[in-house]
Structure formats: C-alpha cells, structure tokens
Design a binder for this molecule. Structure first.
Ligand SMILES: [Zn+2]
Length: 444
C-alpha cells in the first residue's frame, strides 16, 4: 500500500528482517545442551567471505537495472495518468455512477487501482514470477502467484477505500490544516494496520502455526526465555510451496507482536545457525525495532505531508488545465499523491535504508551477544549470501539506494570479530538478558 500512510511502507522495509541462510541440511554438530543461551564455540577460526557465483553477479547486475526501471515506472505511471487527464476522466465516470461524494471517492479508488494493477502487471509478473523462476529462487505456480497478486490488489484497494476518504474530507472541510489532522490520522491508521496485519491479513496468504519441530522449539524457547520473550510469540509459516529463499522476521505491535520463521529456514539451516538467526530476530523484538521504525516513519511522514500540502497547490494552479481539477480536495488528485510519495521515497530511501541497516546491525549485535556463537552466525550469513544469490560487498549505489541490511561480507566480518566477552569488555545488551534456567536441557 503506497500512500501518504507511508509508515506502513517503512515498517514493511524494516520488519521483514531477513537473515540466515542455509546450505547443509545435515547440520553442524550441535553445541552442548543448554545451547544457544550459553553456548560458546571453541572454534575461533574466522569464516572466510565466499566469492559470489556467476549467477549471483548476474542477479545483482540485472537487479540494479530492474531497480532503475521500477523507480522510473513508479514516477511515470501516476504522472501519465495525471497529465493526460485520465484521472479526471475516471472521476467523471465515478461522479456519474456514484452521485454522492463518498461513493464517488470509493468508485474512483476502485477504478484507479484496477487500472494501475493492469498497467503494472507486466513488470510485476516479470519481477515477481518470471525472474524468480529464471534464477531458480521460486517454487510458486503461476496460478498461486496470480492469486496472491489479486489478493494484494484487494487488500490495497480495501485499505485505500477504508482510510483515504478521511484526508479528502479534511481537505474540503479544513483546507488550511488538513495536512496536520491527516498526519495524525495516518499515524493512527498505520498503527492499526501494523497491529492487525499478522492476524487478519498475513493468514490470508499463508498458514501460520506453532513450530512443528518440537526439539528445535524447545531450544528456541530457551533462547526466547533468556531474551525475555514469551514462547507463544514464535510462529512457523509455510513458504516452501512458494520460494526457495529463507527468511525470518518480526511483525506486529503490542498484542500481535511475534517472531515468524519460514519453514524453508527451518529446513535449510542447521540448529546452531538457526539459533543465531533467532537471536537476531529476538534483537529486533526486544529492542522494539518495529516501533522505532514507525516513529521514524511518522517523523518523515510529518515533513512529507507538510511539503505535499505546500507544493500541491502550486502544481495544481500551474497544470489544472491538463489535470482536469483545480483543488487537491478533488479525488482526481490521487495520482498526484502517489507521484509525490514515489518521488519522496526515491529521495529519502538513502536515509530510510541507512536507518534500517543500523537496526539490522544492532540486531546482529544482540544475536551474537545472546548466543556467543560467532562461527554459526558467520556460517549463517555465508549461506544467506549463497542461497539468496547475494554478493558479499555490493557497490556504493546499491548500498545507498537498495540495501536494507548490512552487506553479507560486512556481517560475516562482524560475526568473525565481535567478541567483547572474550576480552572482558562490557556488552551492549547483556542487561536485557534474563538469567538462564539451570534446569533447561536441550533435546539433542
Ligand atoms: Zn533483521
């Protein structure tokens, strides 16, 4: 959902915290029972950063081209709909059918979203389905991809219909201060969306359940207990039918906050690696990264919506003949909002991504401090790189414009070297750890 409610977007970028990656199913030998919470690997030899495969380099390069194309597309489509007067024509039709203001808004939004879905479809199909199969990253059937894409359309359209009428009403009733009230409403709406997503939206796409591997669950719960997280907050989701990639993430807010493990990561990572990934995710959870991301998004949203309120009047005055409307309170101005959000995302992504990488680095630190299993963490990052076709040290432009996480090479280096406990130095997050229960014995 891309709207002035850009908070949701930001959380989307922050919450799905990828990690660990795979390699062998066989799994390294587990550390002593009691595991994650207290394990100390004897093996101090650094894990080398692997060279990327030819396929990974190709995936990286073509991904950069695709990123540029997508950025241009996200600007060009709303601009074209706006400057050709097509948006005004959709509004005219909505007015003929809907008659009353609220219904006109609803019919406009539904029609607009359908048109944009069709225009975006070829690029989305290539990026989300064809390209994933071409690089061997997907297991998804075309029918399932199409079904999911239509479900996303339904969720996005419902979201716009449910929330966007309110700022448009404010623009009419309160032309001077609509932006401030809209920002407050958008912040509340974003909180609500983050709160309900894990329980009302995500289950529409996948099945979520308690962990099936009970021995592993016991290890994870022991680690969670040490991090101060209730065990019922760990879920497993079936992703194996869709993708070969591996992931885990923290989502939700307050009562719906949880850690979710893809079943693919459970199948592909060995136990020690998986526990270091869980340590990283628990870092996100305990350090409140979803809430911090939302605060950050709310601050950016405040300036964004103020700037839009100042600039939109000037733009509409200048181009009203082409646009076919003369006030931002006209629902035909919706593509102007999208255009502004796309331009804002492009301009602010370096800042947003730097913030995201900072949170990811702190989650890595938390994971290392709570597991103290440097070697397993480094191996997990090696597998992440190879399985997800990552390159260890991407270029500056990639880092600035695309990287939500520190580079795989940087993460491996950090996992190889971060051992303050070995030197008697203070840890950053140890004060958050609960005492390990001495009766906790891991299952082999
Ligand atoms: Zn993360």
């Amino acid at each position: 959902m891309r709207s002035v409610v850009a908070l949701v977007l930001l959380c989307g970028a922050l919450a799905p915290a990828s990690n660990g990656q795979i390699a062998s199913r066989s799994g390294a030998n587990p550390p002593p029972p009691g595991a994650a919470a207290v394990s100390l690997s004897d093996d101090r030899a650094p894990v080398p950063v692997p060279e990327p495969s030819e396929k990974a380099i190709q995936f990286y390069r073509s991904g950069n081209v695709l990123w540029c194309l997508r950025a241009l597309w996200e600007l060009a489509v709303p601009a074209a709909i706006l400057f050709t007067g097509f948006s005004a024509r959709i509004r005219d039709r909505a007015e003929r059918i809907g008659r009353r203001w609220f219904f006109v808004v609803v019919i406009y939004l539904v029609t607009f979203m359908a048109v944009k879905y069709l225009l975006d479809w070829p690029l989305n199909c290539y990026q989300g389905f064809l390209r994933q199969h071409a690089y061997g990253l997907s297991r998804q059937s075309f029918g399932r991809w199409l079904g999911n894409s239509l479900k996303h359309l339904a969720v996005d359209t419902s979201g716009y219909v449910a929330f966007l009428w309110f700022p448009y009403l404010l623009m009419r009733k309160c032309p001077q201060r609509w932006w401030l009230h809209s920002w407050l409403a958008a912040t509340a709406a974003a909180l609500f969306v983050v709160l309900i997503t894990p329980i009302w939206i995500d289950p529409w796409f996948n099945q979520f359940s308690p962990m099936k591997n009970k021995a592993l669950e016991a290890d994870i719960l022991a680690l969670a207990e040490r991090a101060g997280i209730e065990g019922s907050r760990v879920f497993e989701v079936d992703q194996g039918a869709d993708t070969k990639a591996v992931n885990a993430y923290v989502t939700g807010f307050m009562g719906t906050k949880r850690i979710v493990l893809w079943d693919t990561i459970i199948a592909k990572l060995n136990r020690r690696e998986l526990l270091t990934v869980m340590g990283h995710e628990m870092g996100h959870y305990v350090l409140g990264h979803v809430a911090k991301g939302m605060l950050f998004g709310a601050a950016l949203g405040f300036f964004g919506i103020y700037l839009f309120a100042r600039l939109s009047g000037w733009l509409i005055d200048r181009f009203k003949g082409r646009f076919g409307f003369d006030s931002v309170s006209n629902i035909a101005s919706f593509p102007l909002i999208l255009l502004f959000v796309s331009a804002g995302n492009l301009a602010l992504d370096p800042l947003i991504l730097a913030f995201s990488r900072h949170l990811e680095h702190e989650a890595d630190r938390f994971g290392l401090e709570i597991t103290r299993d440097n070697r397993a963490a480094a191996n997990a990052f090696v597998k992440l790189q190879s399985e997800n076709l990552g390159v260890p040290r991407p270029g500056l432009m990639y880092t600035l414009c695309r990287a939500t996480h520190p580079s795989p090479g940087g993460r491996i280096d950090f996992a190889n070297t971060y051992r303050p406990w070995a030197k008697g130095e203070p840890l950053s997050y140890e004060h958050l750890f609960k005492a390990a229960r001495s009766d906790k014995v891991a299952t082999p």
